[in-house]
Design a protein. Structure first.
Length: 368
C-alpha cells in the first residue's frame, strides 16, 4: 500500500475497524507502506447506525472517501429534543450531525484501503521493540517486522494491555445500556426529535440514506439481570419516554423490528491511561479511549486520531510525531470525557440537552 512511491517506513495497523482502516489511509498519505492485520476471519462492521459530526465527514473526505461518502450519509439534526410531556426543548444553535450505516462506511473504507493490504485471521498477541523498529507477534507464532505499530484493536486491545499492563476495560460506572436496530420501515417517522425521558432513558428514530430506519434506546443506571428478550426490554424502555397516550413512533418501530435484529450492549469503557505510545507503538480509537456512546463521539474521536496521526507523521520523524500526537489527542480526549460525565449525570432533560449543545459547539469549534 505505497502507491509506487518509496515509502518513509512500514507501518502495521492492528485492527480493521473504522479507526484502523481510517488510520491506514492516513498513514498512506503520510508516505508509509501500510499493512492492516485483523483478528477476525472477515472484515465486517457490526452494529447499526453511527452518528458522526460534520468535521469527521471532512476528515474522512480528506482521507480520500470523498464523493462516495455523500451516498451513505444522512442529516442528523439536534436542534430540538422532547421531554416526556412532549414539550419541545429548543436548544438553538447546534451543529448538525450525520448518520451513516456502519456496514456501508466499513465497506467504503475497505475498498479505499484495498483488500490486498488487509490480512484477516491475524491476531496480534505481542510485540517487541528495539532501536531499529518493532516485531509484531501473531497467534500461531508468526512474526512481522515494521517501523511502527498502531494499536487500533478496539476495547480489549492487546496492544494497549501490552503497553500499559493492567489497563483492562470495564463496564461504564453509570450502568449504561443500549438497544438498537436497523430495519426496513416505510411508515412516517414523525419529526424525529430525540426524546430525553424518565429514569435516565433516551430514545430516537431516524431515516438512513438508503431509506432504512435506525432506532436507538439507551438508559443509565441499569442493574441486574433482564427478564425479557432484548426486544421486550427495549419495548419496556419506550414507556419512559412519554407521559400520555399520544402516538409514539418509536414504539411502533421497535414493535416492527424482528426479534433477532435488536442489538443490545452493556456499555464498557477503557480507563484513562497515562500514555498512548512508546517509541514505535501508538494507540488509536477505542483501543486508547473507548467511552460511553451517549456523547456520540467514540468513532468521531477515533477518526480524528487517525487523521492527526497521519498529519504528524507526514511532517516529522516517528518519535517526534508520536509525541505530538499523544499531547494533542490525550488533551482532547480528557475534554470529551469531562463533557460526557457531565451529561451522564444531568438532572433534567433540559439540562442534558443544554450540556449536549455546549459540547457539540465546543467539538465543532475545536476540530482538527
Ligand atoms: C451501542 C454503541 C453505540 C455507539 N454509537 C456511536 C455513535 O453514534 N457515534 C460514535 O462516534 N461512536 C459510537 N460508538 C462508539 C464506536 O462504535 C466506537 O468508538 C468505534 O466503532 C471504535 O472503532 P475502532 O476501530 O477503534 O474499534 P472496533 O470497531 O472495535 O475495531 C477493532 C478491530 O480490531 C480487531 N481486533 C481486536 N483485537 C485484535 C488483535 N489482537 N489483533 C488484530 N485485530 C484485532 C477487531 O476484530 C476489530 O475489527 C458506539 C458504541 C456503542 C457500543
Amino acid at each position: 500500500m505505497n502507491d509506487g512511491v518509496r515509502a518513509r517506513g512500514r507501518a502495521i495497523v492492528a485492527g480493521a475497524g473504522i479507526v484502523g482502516l481510517s488510520t491506514a489511509l492516513s498513514l498512506r498519505r503520510a508516505g508509509f507502506e501500510v499493512a492492516v492485520r485483523e483478528r477476525a476471519p472477515q472484515v465486517r462492521q457490526t452494529g447499526a447506525g453511527l452518528g458522526i459530526w460534520q468535521h469527521t465527514i471532512t476528515e474522512l473526505e480528506r482521507l480520500g472517501l470523498g464523493p462516495r461518502l455523500s451516498e451513505i450519509k444522512a442529516e442528523l439534526s439536534f436542534d430540538r429534543f422532547r421531554d416526556p410531556s412532549g414539550a419541545v426543548l429548543d436548544v438553538g444553535d447546534m451543529p448538525p450531525g450525520r448518520v451513516v450505516h456502519r456496514r456501508r462506511l466499513g465497506a467504503l473504507l475497505v475498498s479505499a484501503v484495498g483488500e490486498e493490504n488487509i490480512r484477516t485471521g491475524r491476531e496480534v498477541v505481542d510485540y517487541t521493540e528495539d532501536e531499529a523498529g518493532i516485531v509484531v507477534h501473531y497467534a500461531g507464532g508468526d512474526q512481522e517486522r515494521a517501523d511502527l505499530l498502531v494499536g487500533a484493536d478496539g476495547l480489549n486491545s492487546r496492544v494497549r494491555r501490552r503497553l500499559i499492563p493492567g489497563s483492562e476495560s470495564h463496564y461504564d460506572e453509570e450502568g449504561h445500556h443500549v438497544w438498537r436496530a436497523v430495519l426496513p420501515f416505510d411508515g412516517d417517522l414523525g419529526d424525529g426529535y430525540p426524546t430525553i425521558g424518565h429514569h435516565r432513558t433516551r430514545g430516537t428514530v431516524m431515516r438512513l440514506a438508503d431509506g432504512s430506519c435506525f432506532w436507538v434506546l439507551a438508559q443509565f443506571g441499569v442493574t441486574g439481570e433482564f427478564a425479557g428478550s432484548p426486544k421486550q426490554e427495549a419495548v419496556a424502555r419506550v414507556e419512559n419516554l412519554h407521559d400520555g397516550p399520544a402516538r409514539c413512533v418509536l414504539r411502533e418501530v421497535v414493535l416492527a423490528t424482528p426479534e433477532d435484529s435488536v442489538l443490545d450492549n452493556q456499555v464498557a469503557v477503557v480507563p484513562e491511561i497515562p500514555r498512548w505510545k512508546s517509541n514505535r507503538v501508538v494507540l488509536a480509537g477505542d483501543a486508547a479511549h473507548a467511552m460511553s456512546p451517549h456523547i456520540g463521539s467514540g468513532a468521531s474521536l477515533g477518526i480524528e486520531d487517525a487523521y492527526v496521526l497521519g498529519d504528524r507523521l507526514g511532517r516529522t520523524d516517528i518519535a517526534s510525531a508520536l509525541d505530538s500526537y499523544q499531547t494533542d489527542r490525550m488533551a482532547r480526549y480528557r475534554q470529551v470525557r469531562r463533557h460526557a460525565k457531565a451529561m451522564a449525570t444531568a438532572p433534567t432533560p433540559a439540562s442534558y440537552v443544554e450540556l449536549f449543545s455546549r459540547y457539540l459547539n465546543w467539538l465543532n469549534n475545536t476540530a482538527a
